[in-house]
Design a binder for this molecule. Structure first.
Ligand code: HEC
Length: 107
């Protein structure tokens, strides 16, 4: 009962495209290493969005990076390549990450 209420509330609060791509990110296991707001193995997606905001070619660069993996942009830990993610999904994921709004205010 409570869980259903929370799910319903979340559904009402999250804009639909974000919810759809979070599901996509979960489907492709991105969320095993990434979170929106805190560093896990990789950088938080909101911080990625802030870092690349307004940068030319960021989308193309990140699509390449997620596909081929690599390290050095955030630290020594490498992101493994993600060849299993199809072109359309990969583009949707990177667009979604870059469009994430800035981190909500901390309580
Ligand atoms: C095994 C852990 C792991 C998985 C799975 C993973 N990442 Fe990463 N990701 C990382 C690490 C570590 C970095 C930091 C790499 C660096 O410092 O250059 C990173 C960096 C990134 C960046 C920033 C790259 C840059 O150059 O600034 C994006 C965007 C990203 N990941 C998206 C994704 C997406 C989308 C997926 C799912 C398809 C995914 N990641 C899956 C570990 C992971």
């Amino acid at each position: 009962m409570n869980r259903m209420l929370i799910v319903a509330l979340l559904g009402a609060l999250l804009p639909l495209p974000a919810a759809a791509s979070l599901a996509l990110a979960q489907k492709h296991s991105c969320m095993a290493c990434h979170a929106l707001d805190k560093p896990l193995v990789g950088p938080p997606f909101r911080t990625v969005a802030r870092t690349y905001a307004g940068k030319q070619g960021a989308e193309a660069r990140l699509i390449q990076k997620v596909r081929n993996g690599g390290s050095g942009a955030w630290g020594k830990l490498p992101m493994p390549p993600n060849p299993q993610v199809g072109d359309a999904d990969l583009r949707a994921l990177v667009k979604w990450i870059l469009a994430l709004p800035p981190q909500p205010a901390q309580p």
